[in-house]
Design a protein around this ligand. Structure first.
Ligand SMILES: [Zn+2]
Length: 480
């Protein structure tokens, strides 16, 4: 059955309207009907978003939320799912300015990708129904958890449909199930054909980050699979047994980003004894001590790398910090609820969440929330008082020369990439209206930014090339 992808996302918010399982109540029906009308009128053409290492809409990196997205797989143990729900329900996102578009002050929520076979008793069904009613997202993780690299399209479809019908038996409307994760992160083109034919909005099975020139802080932002997946290509280059993923228009990838294990020089800052990367080499033969990259699942930390509780926490904190100090691409953590019935892991998860929430611009949201933000990217506008010197160093680049000219103009030159664009921002992150023109004098060419309404003081110039956006603080003198 084909469905409009865009309608499905809106249907998830719709589910908060569904309170009584039977929906016999006339006023519920009424609300539901009105909401459905809204859904239809909001329907738009399919998304097509290319992978980018810069935040969408040219929002400066210091003004975008650092999203953190948790997805818990399997749900084979009731107590694990209960523990996770308990941890999330006790917490809220930082208050910010109270904007709903950036999830300021919203209750913490996550996604559960459940394998249908585990939904075979009443209490687990009730827990799923209650979780959905409380605003958690429920996703599909096949029925039997036996799929792999060679599974056919019809088998993927059967597995997805069987899982959906088990979820339906728990009162989860099919329209609310928009996300899919494959067992073992194993997929092929048949997976995405099946997802397309069943109308899923997003996948979260592709590992992202093994690109040689990337680490946490320069990963790609979420994108659609209109032109395949760079993470998938990187896995193939590493001789992993994946097929090259073709074009699947409109399907979002909320990738499973790699974790980064701290280098010796920084281990102690994260409560970890030195030598973590070397120790990990003893447990995982493919682990690369130079990059420190590890598949972003708790399974790989706990079962493969056999990390201690302190290491588990330190690795998550370090990866978040790299993202936060870098391009702020979202951090995702693929988890399995069963581990968190164990108080050791539950405690580390809580400590990590509290660490993340100590940053005023971290937002812990469901994958559907991240997609709705990507469709309509909104800056935090928290009134940042300035780029810190650290941030300044991070984004300064010698790749460009920036000169302040008379007549409220700033010249950017010294690059040879024809696609460079530039913009001007106030220290609070708001864009200052300016005109950007190209120039060339002999061999020198570049851009001139002219702002008609700007006074003396410090402003931020952003310069974006094909790969990254760089920021530099510029002092504008009197008479500028
Ligand atoms: Zn699984």
């Amino acid at each position: 059955m084909k469905r409009n992808l865009n309608n499905r996302l809106d249907c998830l918010s719709l589910c908060s309207f569904i309170r009584g399982r039977g929906m016999q109540n006339k006023s519920t029906w009424c609300t539901l009907t009105m909401a459905l009308m809204l859904v239809v009128s909001r329907s738009i053409v399919g998304d097509n978003v290319a992978p980018s290492q810069s935040p969408p809409n040219d929002i400066p990196v210091f003004n975008v939320p650092q999203f953190l997205v948790f997805g818990f797989d399997d749900q084979d143990e009731l107590s694990g799912m209960q523990a996770v729900i308990g941890i999330f329900k006790q917490r809220k996102n930082p208050q910010g300015l109270g904007q709903k578009e950036t999830f300021d002050g919203t209750p913490l929520r996550c996604a559960f990708y459940t394998a249908g076979q585990y939904l075979d008793y009443t209490t687990i069904k009730n827990l799923h129904y209650q979780a959905l009613s409380d605003g958690f997202e429920i996703g599909n993780h096949t029925y039997s958890h036996t799929t792999g690299f060679n599974t056919s399209q019809s088998t993927w479809e059967n597995e997805m449909e069987q899982c959906n019908s088990m979820l339906a038996s728990a009162g989860i409307p099919e329209e609310s199930i928009v996300g899919f994760r494959t067992p073992f992160l194993e997929y092929n083109n048949a997976t995405f054909k099946a997802m397309t034919s069943l109308g899923f909005l997003y996948d979260c099975s592709i590992e992202e980050g093994f690109e040689k020139d990337q680490t946490a802080g320069s990963y790609f932002w979420p994108h659609t699979l209109d032109n395949g997946s760079p993470g998938n290509k990187a896995m193939i280059e590493l001789n992993q047994p994946y097929e090259l993923i073709k074009s699947y228009p409109g399907i979002w990838e909320i990738a499973c980003y790699d974790l980064i294990l701290p280098h010796d020089s920084i281990c102690e800052n994260y409560g970890i004894s030195r030598g973590l990367r070397a120790r990990t080499c003893n447990t995982i033969d493919y682990f690369d001590t130079t990059t420190g990259k590890l598949t972003g699942l708790d399974y790989n930390l706990i079962e493969e790398a056999e990390v201690s509780a302190d290491e588990f926490l330190g690795i998550l904190k370090y990866t978040l910090d790299l993202n936060y100090e870098g391009n702020r691409a979202p951090m995702t953590f693929g988890a399995h609820s069963r581990y968190y019935s164990n108080t050791t892991w539950a405690r580390q998860l809580e400590d990590f969440i509290d660490y993340a929430l100590s940053y005023p611009d971290v937002r812990i949201v469901r994958p559907v929330d991240l997609i709705s933000w990507m469709r309509d990217p909104t800056p935090l506008d928290t009134g940042v008082t300035g780029i810190t010197d650290d941030l300044h160093r991070k984004y300064s680049t010698d790749a460009f020369r920036i000169n302040v000219l008379p007549h409220r103009s700033i010249q950017i030159s010294g690059y040879n990439d024809g696609t460079v664009t530039a913009a001007l921002f106030a220290l609070n992150g708001k864009k200052i209206p300016s005109v950007c023109r190209g120039f060339s004098h002999g061999k020198t060419r570049g851009l001139v930014l002219t702002a008609s309404s700007v006074s003396a003081g410090v402003v931020i110039v952003s310069v974006k090339n094909r790969r990254m956006t760089y920021y530099r603080k510029v002092q504008l003198r009197d008479g500028f």
